[in-house]
Design a protein around this ligand. Structure first.
Ligand SMILES: [Zn+2]
Length: 364
């Protein structure tokens, strides 16, 4: 029913490589807009810049919001030193140990400037210093300049946004994708593919679907508040990356999902306990449609659902995740089958979400 082929791979690549830390999502948003322009019935923005693509089905109500966030973790320039180095502040959560020796790109008024994250070289550290972890406040970005003037001439100034530089690639098996910004361009991709597939395959659905790309999730779920007011959903599905626990050293209860074993239905995260009837409904749909799925929990970390389920008097909401390795770093990995099955599962859910069903989630 749904398959990722060259066109979809190209879309994912362009999303992953687009420049878009929190507050600067204009490039990834433009890509989604272009992709859905001739497919959606209508495209709308909230005033922070989130995008909502509408598709009417057999009945106007209920309104279903399927949302992924378009921002990625990045940084901001805080100082250009007199010697021509750049100090920076994180936008979103970073693990200091993944930063050193990584390439980054700074967006300035004059264009993009490449740099590398560095610190004092180990050769000149005292033996006791060498054993210690280097923290982010001791790091700087080197753009290859020799003076403050030179850096300023490149266009770099305080407040300029920075993201990892990391090209997208596909493994030789064709089954796994490598790239930056998968958190959460993967979710943006899934939400857009759901709408595109319903339209191009002429699939009937008894509701209005709104596929959204939100902004500023990584700094506190900010676009989630404004998109909820724009769309006024009756029910919402958040499309996110889930932390794949199939790497050495993680016990299953910390991160139960594995790459290639299906999308996850998130049972708990630090920002939301999903509507239980809706969650059971999604599980039942996955069983009926014979789509592999995994039950998961995310003990730390929230999603846009944290805000959307609290919209007005409350809305049934669930997170459907794509298991992803190494999130919040320069290179994450996802499995093609999980992406395809996430799109299929959400389509099967949307086909069945009529007004009566959605109402039954909140009748007490
Ligand atoms: Zn995320």
């Amino acid at each position: 029913m749904y398959q990722i082929s060259e066109k979809e791979e190209k879309f994912l690549k362009s999303l992953a490589e687009a420049f878009g830390p929190p507050g600067f999502e204009i490039d990834p948003i433009k890509i989604v807009k272009e992709y859905l322009r001739d497919i959606a019935d209508e495209l709308k923005h909230d005033n922070l810049g989130s995008l909502a693509a509408f598709k009417k089905g057999g009945s106007e109500k209920p309104t279903i919001l399927v949302a992924g966030h378009s921002d990625e973790v990045g940084f901001m320039v805080t100082e250009v030193t007199k010697d021509g180095y750049i100090r920076f502040h994180p936008l979103g959560g970073w693990f200091d140990q993944v930063l050193l020796a990584q390439r980054v790109v700074i967006k300035t008024k004059k264009g993009f400037v490449q740099g590398v994250i560095a610190s004092k070289p180990p050769h000149i550290l005292k033996p006791e210093e060498r054993g210690k972890v280097v923290t982010i406040d001791q790091m700087f970005i080197d753009v290859g300049a020799t003076s403050k003037k030179e850096v300023e001439e490149l266009g770099v100034k305080i407040g300029d946004p920075i993201v990892p530089w990391s090209p997208f690639n596909i493994s030789p098996t064709g089954k796994t994708f490598f790239g930056k910004a998968f958190d959460d361009r993967i979710g943006v991709f899934v939400a857009a593919e759901v709408l595109k597939t319903l339209k191009t395959k002429n699939i009937e659905h008894p509701n209005t679907l709104v596929s959204a790309a939100t902004v500023q999730e990584e700094v506190g779920l900010r676009g989630a508040s404004t998109i909820a007011w724009l769309v006024k959903p009756d029910v919402a599905i958040i499309t996110e990356v889930d932390i794949a626990g199939d790497v050495p050293g993680i016990p299953p209860h910390k991160a139960p999902s594995k790459l290639g074993k299906g999308p996850t239905i998130v049972s708990y995260d630090s920002s939301m306990i999903p509507n239980q009837r809706f969650r059971e409904f999604v599980i039942q749909v996955a069983e009926e449609a014979k789509i592999p799925y995994q039950l998961s929990i995310v003990p730390r970390g929230g999603t846009d659902g944290g805000r959307i389920h609290l919209f007005m008097e409350g809305r049934p909401c669930i997170v459907i995740g794509v298991p992803t390795r190494h999130i919040h770093s320069h290179v994450s990995i996802v499995h093609k089958d999980d992406l395809e099955n996430a799109v299929k599962l959400i389509i099967e859910v949307i086909k069945r979400l009529d007004q009566e069903t959605v109402k039954s989630f909140t009748s007490f």
